[in-house]
Design a protein around this ligand. Structure first.
Ligand SMILES: Cc1cc2nc3c(=O)[nH]c(=O)nc-3n(C[C@H](O)[C@H](O)[C@H](O)COP(=O)(O)OP(=O)(O)OC[C@H]3O[C@@H](n4cnc5c(N)ncnc54)[C@H](O)[C@@H]3O)c2cc1C
Length: 415
């Protein structure tokens, strides 16, 4: 199905191909195409990328050719303009084949949503063309050595105005897509101010800018193809139109909450892949003196039933949160993302662990995707907000005490 045709129909809102198929069908087709692409091209490369710990560049190329790099770019700018439910379906589907490819697409797509929410029309024109016409990718770098993103949104990387443009200085940790993306959205503090509510500023730094260096170290348990080393930005000069929105506005537009919703989609995709493998394995595995597969054992059936029920619950909460996204305000989005991430973390960790157990000792073989699923799930679930922060936030809302998903630092606790 040519992407152009999808876009045309979204624009026109008319029936599709004269067959009377509705928007829901078109959305399903977008997810189905992602599924075919994942099975045919993306999944077969996942073990290699995992082993080598490098950016999944060829898989990005496939996503680009099929239009998925522009899945969160508005239709008016030539993208797919996917609603959140369809988008989350795409990320979950790709994660079944390669969690790192899905996670990097999600990071990139979240930057697209920040541009939509905060950029000027001229900036949108410029940056979206980079994606739609030239297939460029954007990373998002917030994490820093001395600051916990799971607690507060505090940045020590500084941006300041200079010579009609901006200069960025600082050190970023976990720089996903380093040496792979074309732009890095760097989260900074304007003039180094500690008052993040008025100083937080995102700067779109072209990858080829002078003054960017990396140790290139990224050797982790899982999510190895997110390639996220430490990067130092020293006196990096960018043009005047490189910052997004007013200082302090980035956390008030209902986009940052989407990071966690996308992580939840990745967790569900990873868990589904582990389940699919384990269910298939027990149907084939025959252990002497039996002459039927272990799938006939009631104990194994109970384990598979347990995983199936939990996975269903994970899919339901994820889909429900995503479906309610567009109508939700910023606080509600925080809640929708928290509950989806919280529950899919618990379920994802359980499913990947038990799927490995069901497969048995051979489950630890690198040849089997269940081993990678286990490592990817454990690693991806480290990404903030942490479990205790999510339940705390949901508890506050349930108690009518308000609160947002992210907080700015209230300053140090004195000993
Ligand atoms: C695969 C992967 C990809 C990533 N990609 C990106 C990316 O593209 N961009 C990006 O910006 N970041 C990225 N990150 C980093 C991520 O967003 C987190 O910043 C990073 O994992 C550190 O978060 P943390 O809160 O777990 O660790 P820390 O902040 O070091 O916290 C460690 C522990 O201490 C606790 N803690 C923290 N502060 C306090 C306190 N004040 N009091 C008591 N306890 C405290 C935390 O709850 C946590 O349990 C990535 C991480 C991973 C694993």
């Amino acid at each position: 199905m040519p992407l152009q045709e999808d876009r045309q129909k979204e624009r026109g809102g008319a029936d599709y191909g004269g067959l009377g198929r509705g928007r829901a069908r078109m959305r399903q087709e977008i997810v189905d195409r992602a599924d075919a692409l994942t099975r045919e091209k993306i999944a077969p490369r996942a073990a290699m990328y995992d082993r080598e710990g490098k950016n999944p560049v060829e898989s990005w190329g496939d996503l680009r050719r099929e239009g998925y790099l522009a899945c969160a770019v508005p239709i008016a700018h030539g993208g797919m303009g996917l609603d959140m439910a369809t988008y989350i379906g795409v990320i979950r589907t790709i994660a079944r084949g390669c969690a790192s490819t899905a996670m990097t697409l999600h990071m990139h797509s979240t930057v697209m949503r920040f541009i939509d929410a905060l950029a000027t029309e001229a900036q949108k024109h410029r940056y979206y063309a980079e994606v739609v016409e030239r297939g460029k990718m954007f990373g998002s770098w917030g994490s820093e050595p001395a600051v916990s993103l799971s607690r507060t949104f505090t940045m020590e990387t500084v941006v300041r105005a200079a010579d009609g443009g901006w200069v960025v200085d600082g050190v970023k940790h976990f720089c996903t897509m380093a040496l792979g993306a074309s732009y890095y959205m760097v989260w900074c503090a304007l003039d180094g101010s500690g008052d993040m509510a008025n100083a937080l500023l995102q700067v779109l730094v072209p990858a080829e800018s002078a003054g960017i260096s990396t140790d290139g170290k990224w050797d982790t348990l899982g999510m190895r193809a997110t390639f996220s080393p430490t990067v130092t930005l020293s006196n990096v000069r960018v043009s005047q139109d490189s910052t997004l929105g007013k200082p302090g506005s980035a956390t008030g537009v209902g986009v940052v909450e989407g990071f966690a919703l996308g992580y939840a989609a990745v967790y569900v995709g990873i868990a589904e892949a582990a389940f699919e493998f384990a269910a298939d394995y027990v149907k084939k595995r025959v252990v002497k003196p039996e002459n039927v597969s272990v799938a006939n054992d009631p104990g194994v059936q109970r384990q598979i039933g347990d995983l199936e029920a939990r996975l269903d619950a994970a899919r339901l909460v994820l889909h429900d949160s995503a479906s309610r996204w567009e109508a939700a305000d910023v606080a509600q989005r925080g809640h929708l993302a928290n509950r989806a991430k919280y529950l899919t973390t618990e379920i994802g960790l359980h499913v990947t662990s038990l799927a490995l157990q069901i497969t048995g000792g051979r489950g630890a073989y690198k040849d089997y995707p269940v081993e990678r699923a286990f490592r990817d799930m454990r690693t991806a679930s480290l990404m903030p907000p942490t479990m205790e922060r999510m339940v705390e936030g949901m508890g506050k809302i349930a108690l009518g005490l308000g609160g947002s998903m992210f907080e700015f630092s209230a300053g140090p606790k004195n000993a």
